[in-house]
Design a protein around this ligand. Sequence first.
Ligand SMILES: C[S@@+](CC[C@H](N)C(=O)[O-])C[C@H]1O[C@@H](n2cnc3c(N)ncnc32)[C@H](O)[C@@H]1O
Length: 293
Amino acid sequence: MTTMPNNTDEIRQVVQERYGQRALRVIQLTDVTPAANAGCGAENCGHGACGGDDCGHDAAACGCGAATNAAACCGPEDTERAMALYNAAQLQGLPVEAMAASAGCGNPTALADLRPGETVLDLGSGGGIDCFIAAEQVGESGRVFGLDMTPEMLALANANRDRMGLANVEFVAGHLEDIPLPDSSVDVVISNCVICLSPDKDAVFQEAYRVLTPGGRLHVSDMLALSEDGPRLTDAEAWASCIGGAEYRGTYLARMAAAGFTDIATSDEALRLDADDLPLNVASVKVSARKPA
Ligand SMILES: C[S@@+](CC[C@H](N)C(=O)[O-])C[C@H]1O[C@@H](n2cnc3c(N)ncnc32)[C@H](O)[C@@H]1O
């Protein structure tokens, strides 16, 4: 077992390595040459053999069925997560590369009540799945920023955005603890299984509060510890897996209140990431809050 990371740089390095590898794996699973695609039928589906231009947005081209079924044909173990967390309407039209990269523990846009014209920021946007769902909801008059520190994830997210032809989504390189956006520039902050990865959650909540407009909303799905003694595993691997950095619910909510958030409410995510999370003393929780008007 690896030892627990003990400073910000070490944690960032471990987390970045984990998600950089994940992004590369998705790219590898879904990237096919035209020659490989020629053999992309029932035999090869389910083994990551299909994807990319000819399968990712038109699964029928490789015999894999309609768009949402494409998930089942390109890295099933990855896309199963997206299929479990989101509903079919949300996934409709998403490239399989966005679904395969999904690494969240909830569905933060489901209750965010996003409205046309709003500006949304996704903290730790990964392959971009929640940004693309949000973009659909805020429409062409709205705007979505996805913030991430891992170059490979940003490259994957940008490629996914370009595949979808979305002009209202922008991926930004940076850290949650130092958000490269102006004060009061965002109507809604969302995040999916990321704040638990931060070694400085106070800074994350202070920054989220700073960039929100007065009256702005926060809707976060995250892993939290169920009791004060924290998660059962805290080594580097567990940290990168969204377990080691999961904080006790009371501590987490107190940090939000200290940053200035009001109307803080929590509810359990309907779908658990993993049936084993309770023995680890962590669970996926949805947290909502508001910056006072
Ligand atoms: C568990 S994945 C979740 C990705 C995405 N939200 C989803 O639901 O698929 C965590 C993502 O957050 C990013 N991340 C983790 N800590 C970060 C930090 N402190 N600043 C910026 N990005 C961070 C990682 O690079 C990774 O892409």
